[in-house]
Design a protein around this ligand. Structure first.
Ligand SMILES: Cc1cc2nc3c(=O)[nH]c(=O)nc-3n(C[C@H](O)[C@H](O)[C@H](O)COP(=O)(O)OP(=O)(O)OC[C@H]3O[C@@H](n4cnc5c(N)ncnc54)[C@H](O)[C@@H]3O)c2cc1C
Length: 382
């Protein structure tokens, strides 16, 4: 299956060189610090990585979805799930809300700074009371003259502690509706907005370099022009951006798993037991063959869904299958690769240990495996 053209390969070489030189040497330090330094963003902006598909008039590159795929695959090969996720949230999970539904003036105001890496983005949908049931959002937005006043809180927000711009889902009171999802709208909230605060940074199992935060809105006054799209249609916008988020999650899961497999192959070649390298034991060879096959299946499923999505198809079924399959796949790869590393697989000094903690998120974040199954089952018209 030929997916990438020559220009994609050239872009891949550029991203790979950046990741190898400017990301990988710092991964452990960023994990220990619990954050990625903000200096990385202007650097990525300078290299043209942060607005790959956005129109050139906003500072983007006007490229295609497969260029975006290259970016995320190479970021995921860094052996830092945190770095890949931080980039993915900025470029494909948060800022598309502005690019797709923001008014022209708003796009002109913020997109160039987003593409230059001067303004870091986060997306805030999940609340302390629940994430899967998006229609149950309880953060309120009340119109007051030229502003909306936001009250409520958001939970588990990636880039949440360090972001400059937050894309926030809130329920507009005036549009309280018979159907729960009808009242939801998306807002662009600046970090400096009075009444907005980062209430705490959360301690996690994995993705340690990614700052994950709880956010509070207490009479936060947001200019009415920062409403994204029409009032009350935010639920559909969240679902639309989720499609892209889930494709990116699939790209991450496949590329991270492939890197883990490479690391494990290198390990079993070096490690000796019972008179020879582990790589010569049939059970080890078969396990690695199974994992390679699984990853290849995940890759093809992901590329096929990318193609369908790029062609303008709804791709809900395909994208949900990608999210489900690759998240479960990455966890199977993690379990087996840790096992093949023996005791060293359980040690912090080995990248495989971080991989196993990082990918645990994949069956939870961006829509759980159970929710993916619900969506796929709906598509089966049972
Ligand atoms: C590290 C991290 C980063 C995140 N980043 C962001 C972010 O940037 N922005 C953001 O908005 N959110 C973010 N999230 C939130 C994430 O998307 C949610 O955690 C996820 O959607 C699940 O929601 P929940 O945690 O409230 O679980 P719940 O919705 O409470 O679900 C709990 C369990 O019940 C299951 N369940 C729920 N409903 C059903 C059902 N109908 N049928 C069967 N099973 C069901 C779920 O699958 C899950 O296993 C992040 C989460 C984490 C952990």
């Amino acid at each position: 299956m030929k997916v990438f053209a020559e220009h994609h390969d050239m872009f891949r070489a550029t991203v790979r060189a950046f990741v190898e030189r400017e990301v990988m040497p710092h991964v452990e330090a960023w994990e220990a610090a619990g954050r990625i330094p903000k200096t990385i963003w202007p650097r990525m902006g300078e290299l043209g990585f942060l607005g790959v598909e956005y129109d050139e008039k906003y500072g983007g590159a006007g490229a295609d979805l497969f260029t975006t795929a290259v970016l995320h695959e190479e970021c995921a090969r860094s052996r830092s799930g945190s770095f890949a996720m931080a980039v993915g949230v900025h470029t494909d999970m948060a800022s598309p809300h502005l690019y797709w539904t923001g008014r022209e003036a708003l796009k002109e105001k913020y997109l160039p700074a987003i593409c230059r890496g001067e303004k870091l983005c986060a997306v805030a949908v999940t609340e302390p009371g629940g994430g899967s049931d998006v229609a149950a959002i309880s953060t309120r937005a009340t119109r007051d003259g030229t502003h909306y006043v936001l009250n409520g809180s958001k939970m588990f927000i990636t880039n949440g502690a360090l972001a400059d711009l937050y894309f926030v889902a809130a329920r507009v009171e005036a549009r309280e509706a018979t159907r729960r999802h009808q009242g939801i709208s998306m807002f662009l909230v600046e970090r400096e907005t009075p009444g907005f605060s980062v209430s705490r940074t959360l301690e996690k199992t994995g993705m340690l370099a990614s700052d994950t935060a709880e956010l509070t809105f207490q009479d936060a006054r947001v200019p009415a022009e920062n409403l994204l799209g029409r009032e009350g249609v935010g639920f559909y916008e969240v679902m639309r951006v989720f499609q892209r988020e889930r494709l990116v999650a699939g790209l991450h899961a496949v590329a991270m798993s492939e890197r883990a497999l490479e690391d494990t192959i290198a390990y079993v070649r070096e490690r000796h037991a019972f008179g020879g390298p582990l790589s010569e034991k049939q059970i080890v060879r078969h396990k690695l063959a199974d994992l390679a096959t699984l990853i290849e299946a995940g890759r093809r499923l992901t590329y096929a869904a990318c193609q369908h999505y790029a062609d303008g198809g709804e791709a809900v079924r395909e994208v949900s299958m990608v999210k489900l399959f690759t998240a479960e796949m990455a966890n199977r790869v993690a379990y087996d690769c840790v096992q093949l590393h023996g005791g060293y697989g359980y040690m912090r000094e080995y990248a495989i240990e971080r991989f196993a903690r990082d990918v645990r998120l994949f069956t939870i974040g961006g829509g759980t495996s159970e929710i993916m199954k619900e969506i796929i089952a709906k598509e089966l018209h049972l």
